[in-house]
Design a protein around this ligand. Structure first.
Ligand SMILES: [Zn+2]
Length: 246
């Protein structure tokens, strides 16, 4: 079913895609034969990203995980999150930069490319491997800023329109298929060059509506923060006044 965003279904799609395509990276996607660009933008959940990264590594395919240093839902400098990013890279996947122009301000004086390079450098340091590509977060809301070259700051622009001209494109933005579903595109023998954009948080163990899938990420983060604070006080033998008893 095309609206079944379960990890079980994901594994089935992956197996079918692997039979058909060579999985390529943005820096190396030329050549003959069927090619799939397998892109993940991590907007909400590095934990879900790691789950998919392990499935892909088990299946023997490579994807590119675009990490967002400006994310509201996670902090790349948090040791646990940095470890996840490193682990995804160690599984053999490429790490890219998911770049949000809003966070760089709106002054005409700002050099966006310099900030792009700075953020990529941060990710390289955390991932302990080169970052060779970037994708844009919410490109439709960008005002007065354009990243219209195929490369910026030495990084491949995965959001450039060229990719959509040369590849058949699908995206699971907002937890639904905006165009055709990935299932249908993998099954379509006419599609020899596929560009699949998925966001790991939309893929969960159980089927549920998109808002509920997002809520799982929020609730998981909330529970982790509460436990982190309580454990910190307990470790340091400090009083935890007002803590609700479980
Ligand atoms: Zn995004």
């Amino acid at each position: 079913m095309s609206d079944d965003f379960t990890t079980t279904r994901y594994g089935e799609i992956l197996a079918a895609a692997k039979l058909k395509y060579r999985f390529a990276t943005f820096a190396d996607c030329g050549g003959e034969g069927c090619v799939a660009l397998w892109r993940h933008d991590i907007d909400f959940s590095p934990h879900r990203a790691l789950a998919l990264a392990r499935m892909e590594a088990d299946a023997g395919v490579v994807a590119t995980y675009f990490v967002q240093p400006s994310a509201r839902f996670y902090n790349v400098f948090e040791p646990e999150i940095a470890a996840i990013i490193r682990e995804i890279g160690r599984l053999g996947h490429d790490i890219g930069l998911h770049f949000e122009t809003e966070t760089v301000g709106h002054s005409q004086e700002l050099d966006h490319e310099r900030r792009l390079v700075f953020q990529a450098g941060v990710l390289e340091h955390l991932a302990e491997k080169p970052v060779t590509a970037f994708s844009l977060h919410n490109p439709t809301t960008m005002v007065g800023i354009s990243f219209d070259e195929l490369q910026h700051g030495g990084l491949v622009n995965a959001s450039h329109p060229k990719w959509r001209e040369e590849f058949s494109y699908c995206s699971d933005s907002n937890g639904i298929w905006r165009f055709r579903s990935l299932d249908a595109m993998v099954a379509d023998s006419q599609i020899t060059r596929l560009y699949a954009l998925t966001h790991p948080e939309w893929w969960q163990a159980e089927p549920m509506p998109p808002r509920q899938r997002l809520q799982r990420c929020i609730d998981g983060r909330k529970a982790w923060l509460e436990n982190y604070y309580d454990a910190l006080l307990a470790t340091n033998e400090r009083p935890n006044i007002g803590r609700k008893e479980l």
